[in-house]
Design a protein around this ligand. Sequence first.
Ligand SMILES: *Cc1c(COP(=O)(O)O)cnc(C)c1O
Length: 380
Amino acid sequence: MIPYGRQDISDEDVEAVTAVLRSDFLTQGPAVPRFEAAIREATGAAHAIAVNSATSALHIACMALDLGPGDWLWTVPNTFVASANVGLYCGADVDFVDIDPETYVMCPKALEAKLDRAEAAGRLPKIVIPVHFAGQSADMAAIGALAARYGFKVIEDASHAIGASYRDRPVGDCAHSDICVFSFHPVKIITTAEGGCATTNDAGLASRMELHRSHGVTRETALMEGASEGGWYYEQVALGYNYRMTELQAALGASQMTRLSEFVAKRHEIARRYDRLLGNMALTLPRQSPDSHSALHLYPIQVEDRARVFARLREAGIGVNVHYIPVHTQPFWRKRGFARGDFPVAEAYYERAISLPLYPGLTEADQDRVVAALAGALDG
Ligand SMILES: *Cc1c(COP(=O)(O)O)cnc(C)c1O
């Protein structure tokens, strides 16, 4: 089976991890700060906080922004469930904003219309989470302008988008947001097995995210309420979690970061070849916005008769997938009051979506197999 996504692990990656195993620190050593420095350098953000998943990064981001009961968090339905779940972790209410029919990311016009209605009802969101679907940035200038006008905070869910850029600036520089979050799950652009990171330019937010990453406990006297009682002394000043990344993960991540631009370039090469080979078939190719240089995590096509085409591809050994079942249509969210029909653009997109295999190790021969199987499946 040709999978839809796969990690790319080099001998240098293996050596970086085994070197940690032979070192003094398996956790809380020098590798995590080194990985965070690599993320700061790649994004231009002032602070990077590495954690054990993007879900944890989204959670500490919401906590740092003081999301709680009585507050609203808005995200898109075309995402993985984690982008919405984190609102509930904080006791807030969650709602969704529909996507743009061409780029499949949050539609700023739908956001603005919903903000107008929410303002009239006195229910403006505290946090909005646009998702950089498939590696393509949402229209952050438009969303940032609305944030300034309506007074909400913005967390970018850039789980798909490390190595991407928006208006010639790296995703993660937080030019139009408060915090940006990346995922390092093996199918994403770089991997730490499990792992995630939050970036921000706000020192206060960075310090609060660091606290929440590790039990709400600090050894920094500046953050303590009392005076230090000696070298052993620490204080718990908030309720945090254990969301720390291990040294093994961070060493793998730092080694992977040295090949980030190579990974993204390879994904573009493969996607351009798909564009060429699929151009005449009865399907819709993914569209790239001129404002954004995608990291190309996914190559989502739109086809008629999706279920049949999907089944035929799987039978042919092509590990296609579907991104995403709209979150609000999941049983858990339907029980919270959402229904089919609430976000028609995301639902219509989902009905015809198939993600084709796309990862740096995909060979031209693999890709030719995918294309041939797709041609056969579309023929009936
Ligand atoms: C993968 C993903 C997440 C969750 O990432 P983890 O690192 O697995 O927690 C969140 N949001 C989106 C859009 C994702 O694709």
